[in-house]
Write a protein that binds this ligand. Structure first.
Ligand code: NAI
Length: 292
């Protein structure tokens, strides 16, 4: 099938980045959020991000203006009826996602590809009540969506070969590297990333050293582009905690995947990372200040 109109539901960290990515690659893009003004705000942030690309010489002013002109705010789900592909990037909550897809199934065409960007929920469970699960899959982008090359295409037993192939082809048009993943806890990247975070969190819990020192060590000595605490702050502590809990539950509460109380405490006090202005670091205008 040919894909021209795409919809992104959820205008938070991921939805905004995914919408920008789609628009930059020529797709007519609709963005919708339940929060009043959130989709419009995401469009403004996309405008700022495109301006930055122009300033850095990565894009011409004309291309940035054209990309922005492709981003449309959808005030209701009904505006998305003509979408060829929908990517859901709403809050990481099974019931919310299920309810959303049940509604979309009634609104969209029968051949619209329905995708979730969940980072840790079971794609099979999200699709469990769909009448047409064959056109449903995980399309898992990484943060920041405009920069990270990988996309996990997560299939359930019901996802057809054609759906998978269409999603691979689509991801390639975005300059991404798609990989096939069968639905399993944490998929591949988030599963392998859990020990990376938890080992660093254990070190911090035991007072061995500071978050900033661990980040410096893993960047300078381990060759990682970001340290674990910088990465948790970028992903969002709430999102990271949910992913850890999902994998931990899936492995019968194996201590290797135990969620850290440090993260849970910060989430409870609203320190969610970059998006809230503080997490393991403080986010001022120009510099990061360590908190922990
Ligand atoms: P976020 O908290 O920044 O944004 C979620 C947005 O969804 C909010 O703007 C909220 O108002 C909106 N929303 C909630 N319920 C809605 C509904 N029923 N309809 C429309 N909008 C609704 O979350 P974030 O970080 O963007 O994550 C979104 C999804 O992407 C989650 O499933 C998460 O697991 C996944 N993800 C997150 C990554 C990250 O690094 N933050 C990376 C990859 C996937």
């Amino acid at each position: 099938m040919s894909i021209a109109n795409v919809a992104v539901i959820g205008a938070g960290t991921m939805g905004q980045g995914i919408a920008q990515l789609f628009a930059q690659h020529g797709y007519t893009t609709w963005i919708h959020d339940v929060r009043d003004g959130a989709a419009e705000q995401a469009r403004q942030r996309i405008a700022q991000a495109l301006d930055k690309r122009v300033t850095k010489g990565r894009m011409t002013t004309e291309d940035a203006a054209t990309a922005l002109s492709r981003v449309n705010v959808a005030n209701s789900l009904g505006d998305l009826a003509e979408a060829d592909l929908v990517v859901e990037a709403v809050v990481e909550d099974l019931d919310v996602k299920r309810a959303l897809f049940a509604e979309l199934e009634g609104l969209c065409r029968a051949d619209t590809l329905l995708c979730t960007n969940t980072s840790s929920l079971s794609v099979t469970e999200i699709a469990a009540e769909l009448h047409t699960p064959q056109r449903f899959a995980g399309l898992h982008f990484f943060n920041p969506a405009t920069a990270m090359k990988l996309v996990e295409v997560v299939s359930t037993d019901a996802t057809t070969h054609n759906t998978r192939r269409a999603l691979h082809d689509f991801a390639r048009t975005l300059g991404k590297t798609p990989v096939d993943v069968s639905d399993s806890p944490g998929f591949i990247v988030n599963r392998c990333a859990r020990p990376f975070y938890s080992e660093a969190l254990w070190l911090l819990e035991h007072g061995t050293t500071s978050a900033a020192t661990i980040d410096v060590c893993l960047k300078s000595g381990g060759g990682f582009p970001l340290g674990p605490f910088e990465l948790i702050d970028l992903v969002g502590l709430d999102i990271s905690l949910r992913a850890t809990e999902t994998v931990w539950r899936a492995f019968d509460h194996h201590p290797r995947f135990r969620p850290s109380p440090l993260v849970a405490d910060k989430v409870a006090t609203g320190q969610l990372g970059r998006k809230s202005g503080a997490g393991f670091y403080h986010y001022g205008d120009d510099h990061d200040e360590e908190l922990s």
